[in-house]
Design a protein around this ligand. Sequence first.
Ligand code: GLY
Length: 439
Amino acid sequence: MTNCLIIGHGAREHVIGEALVKGGAELYAFMSFKNAGLEELSKNRISIHSETNFEEIILFCKRNKIDFAVIGPEDPLCKGIVNALENKGIPCVGPKSEAAQIEGSKIFMRELLEKYKIESNIKSEKFDSMEGVENYIEENGEQTIVVKPDGLTGGKGVKVYGDHLFSRKDILNYCKEIIDQNDSFILEEKIEGEEFTLQTFVDGKNVKGSPLVQDHKRAYENDEGPNTGGMGSYSIENHLLPFITQEDVNNALEDMKNVVKAIEIETGIKYKGFLYGQFIKTSNGIKIIEFNARLGDPEAMNILPLLKTNFLDICKGIINENLHFNIEFEKKATVCKYLAPKGYPISPKKDELVEINDEKITNLGAKYYYASVYKKNGRIYTTSSRAMGVLGISNSLEDAERIAEEGVNFIEGKLFHRKDVGTLGLLQKRIEHMNSLLK
Ligand code: GLY
């Protein structure tokens, strides 16, 4: 029996835990607050502490003879959890901090891509003061500007002209706000196109892909409202998206392989773990928006339940640097809809009861995953972040969407979700948008 530790408390960690247990692992969970799904999957072998409390994590691993740990979120990765655990002889699925900079520092990422001439890179410039910012805007035009704080922002720090910033003054104010918080930032060109996520498994050298996913970052239907961690995502049974070709995927994967090589040359550290590429297809080919040193949330829910290959074997392959085998996925479509507390992400309703009709969801054939909710006296309550992920899996996108949407109705509380995620109507808009750019 393999004792596996999952670190993290959200829906991504819940689905990782599920895949580990399905693969035959004895699951243990270390999380900052109690995820009811992980509590059940691990048969209550849990520890509730901050996910960056490395001393506690090491003690928990030693006490429970953990064979290896899988790290879900970016914060502990960027702070060096893998360095700390591996120093104590606990193997990990996740990159060391030096390699995790690919997510932890936007400046590191763009400089690396530039230095190693990664095909899908875009123009950008770094700033650690306001000096030169006005010149950059003057030269490039304010309407093409994206501002990205250097450090981690939980997906909510990127501001784009026309979406969040509407004048030169807005751009300058936001840059100044970042500097006042002692962070640096990059300005990069705004890219028009359709986004897609490619999540990969990496053993230091081999980079194995998974079905493409499209996430929905805006809070409200028709892609309106503020940015969120992601309100839902879908994937299609042929593992592509209607506006993304196999050649685009091959190019994206090639760039990810080159980035993995570049990280090792640059830092001396092999990249091992999950590598998430957020790409955008433009009239000028695919471009990279960002890399994450982890699986996506919600996107992990679109790929792990489709695995035909044992996830435990994949994790061992990553650790032992022998991910030579094919990783197979069912040819099915998936739709994940996130339920978030009303008011999220601006003024979310916290500590509100969430009631889940497990029997009805299960009878429907949907799955659900606990995100940032906590359990108290046997009942589930909201926090200030996304609450529950509901997943439909079927032979077609239409049916997967129906299952997810019906499943959502069996979860009650002061919650909202985007009804349009995974609908054919929204997909058609994406296709038309892409076609108009490619004309
Ligand atoms: N869904 C976006 C992310 O996980 O970063």
